[in-house]
Design a protein around this ligand. Sequence first.
Ligand code: SF4
Length: 164
Amino acid sequence: MKATPTPEEIDELYTRLGSEARARGYHLNPDEDFTRDIVQALLTNTKRYGYQACPCRLTDGVRDKDLDIICPCDYRDPDLAEFGSCYCALYVSGEIARGEREAEPIPERRGHPSTGSGQAGDTGKDLEYPVWRCPVCGYLCAREHPPEKCSICGADKDRFKQFL
Ligand code: SF4
C-alpha cells in the first residue's frame, strides 16, 4: 500500500463507510468535504499503524494500547447518544444529519472514570459459556471465544471484552 491515500482509496472507504452506516442505522456527517478529510486521515493512520486509529486522538502506535480508539471507537455510541456526534464528527445523529440540530463540541470521553469499560464482573460464574461484549455497540454473545467480527458493527475480535 502506498504511503499517501489515493483519491480512489478515499472514494472506496467513503462509499463503504456510508453504506455500512446506512445499513446499521448510523449517519455519516453530511458535510462531504469534511467527511472525506476524516476518511483520508483514517486511511493515513491505517497505512502508518496497520489499523484504523482515530484521527482526532493521540495514537500510541501499538494496536493493543489503541484498541479503544480504532474507528469506530468505543466512545462513538455514548457520544452520539449524549452529544449527537462522535468526537471527530465523522458520525452524527439523524437530527444533525437532517440539519435539525447543530453539532456541538464533544468533550473527550477516553480515560474518564465514568466511561465504563465493560470489564468482567464477579457474577456469572455458573454460566456454561463466558459472555463477550462488543465495546463499540454493546452487542453481547455467550460463547467460548468472541466472534471474529461483531455481527452488529463489524468490530474485530480483539476489541471484545469479557462481560460475564
Ligand atoms: S467513531 Fe469518530 S471519534 Fe471514534 S474513532 Fe471514528 S472518527 Fe474518531
